[in-house]
Design a protein. Structure first.
Length: 418
């Protein structure tokens, strides 16, 4: 069994190259079938995200480069052009790479959990279309188990290390039941989308997305079952919000002290948690002077993130130890599979000898010969035939002075060293 993982990621290639190497979801079944039908790989799984494209392949032997050739042909790359961005991990290194990726140790944000779900989806697709077998099935099941162990036994995912995650984490500290709060998201960019995703994971039922263009607000709102409004509507809806998170590209504040003060009166001074992620700021600094307002800026979140990142880095060291142990275990399993063909052939040979001798004995019984004599001769014949080849090999080893084979035979047949 020979395993290899190769591809490109955010560490090795710019986005322009990653875009060219990506596999469109609708093309994935065709690609999985293609790599196997071409003979490039016996088994294959393709992981394709915005940050990485990786292929995990079971090849015929370690000298085979056909999977990489297939990859270059599929994307119409010249191998010399993609080579500077490419990494290849053979055997044990491929196993370690899979474990590290799933555990979030190779991610843009250390310890982020999204990649594990993406790897599960990639494997499910490959399995569905018959592209996996004994090796990759075992590899990915073990990969998911290791990722779970890392998250259970370390604090790799316990702390917020992205602005969006930090904002939602702080909100959870202020409101005991986040799911019951109304959230106003101002803006519709990537950061707000990440905030919405984290909030949805916290079971928040009511989200309002306010954006300069209603069309863009609706696109984001539809993704998370939220309500879309324009920025001009926002002042009239401000009093509904328990949590306000803002991240726009505006060069001037879009939420002033007066509007917030009016909303607080309408809320009868129920507390409001506000996070201003934008640079320049979306919320006037004077809003922090108001009672019942908890206002955090991106700098406040940065302090939280820096502290938590240090915590994740410490957890990553523990995770690496877990992974190293698990890699050794997986490689032991792979080595055990190398013995399977030999064991199968030994059993088939033994079965053939048994059947031949049994057939001979049954024929003699049918003729009425003495059963006791037949059983004794059957046992003697089986012993002689089972030990003939090993005995001949051991005699030759003794003649050649091959002490290693003699010692191995003692271990194999559980013989006393005496």
């Amino acid at each position: 069994m020979y395993l290899v993982a190769f591809g490109i990621n955010h560490h090795t290639a710019p986005v322009a190259i990653r875009e060219q190497a990506a596999f469109a979801p609708e093309k994935l079944p065709e690609a999985l079938q293609g790599i196997r039908d071409s003979g490039a790989a016996k088994e294959a799984t393709i992981v394709s995200t915005c940050n990485r494209t990786e292929l995990y392949c079971h090849l015929e032997d370690e000298k085979s480069l056909s999977a990489l050739e297939w990859f270059c042909n599929y994307h119409r790359f010249r191998q010399t052009d993609i080579q500077p961005y490419l990494y290849q991990h053979p055997g044990k290194d491929a196993v370690k790479h899979a474990f590290r990726v799933a555990a979030g140790l190779d991610s843009l944000i250390l310890g982020e959990p999204q990649i594990l779900g993406q790897m599960k989806d990639a494997f499910a697709q490959a399995h569905k279309y018959g592209a996996t077998g004994k090796l990759l099935n075992r590899l990915f099941q073990q990969t998911f188990s290791v990722a779970k162990q890392v998250r259970t036994d370390t604090a790799i995912g316990a702390s917020a290390v992205s602005v969006a995650f930090a904002a939602v984490t702080l909100a959870k500290q202020i409101f005991s039941h986040l799911s019951e709060q109304t959230v106003l998201l101002i803006g519709a960019g990537e950061t707000i989308e990440l905030c919405a995703r984290h909030l949805k994971e916290q079971k928040v039922k009511h989200m309002i997305v306010a954006n300069r263009t209603l069309e863009r607000a609706k696109i984001l709102a539809d993704m998370f079952g939220a309500e879309a409004i324009t920025l001009t509507e926002m002042p009239s809806r401000l009093s509904e919000a328990d949590i306000i998170i803002s991240s726009t590209a505006s060069q001037l504040p879009i939420l002033g002290k007066g509007a917030v003060e009016k909303a607080l009166k309408q809320r009868k001074h129920k507390p409001v948690f506000m996070v201003d992620i934008a640079v320049p700021r979306d919320i006037e600094p004077e809003v922090a002077e108001l009672g019942d307002v908890y206002l955090y800026t991106v700098d406040d979140l940065k302090d939280v993130i820096d502290e938590n990142l240090q915590s994740r880095q410490e957890a990553a060291k523990e995770a690496e130890k877990i992974i190293e142990t698990q890699v050794q275990g997986f490689m032991t399993w792979i080595r055990s599979q190398d013995a399977v063909p030999t064991i199968r052939e030994l059993r088939e040979s033994s079965d053939a000898i048994r059947e031949a001798e049994l057939k001979r004995a049954m024929a003699r019984l049918a003729k009425g010969e003495d059963p006791e004599k037949i059983i004794q001769e059957l046992a003697r014949a089986l012993t002689n035939k089972f030990t003939h080849a090993p005995s001949a090999a051991l005699q030759q080893a003794d003649h050649d002075g091959n002490a290693d084979l003699l010692a191995a035979a003692r271990r194999l047949f559980n013989l006393s060293d005496d």
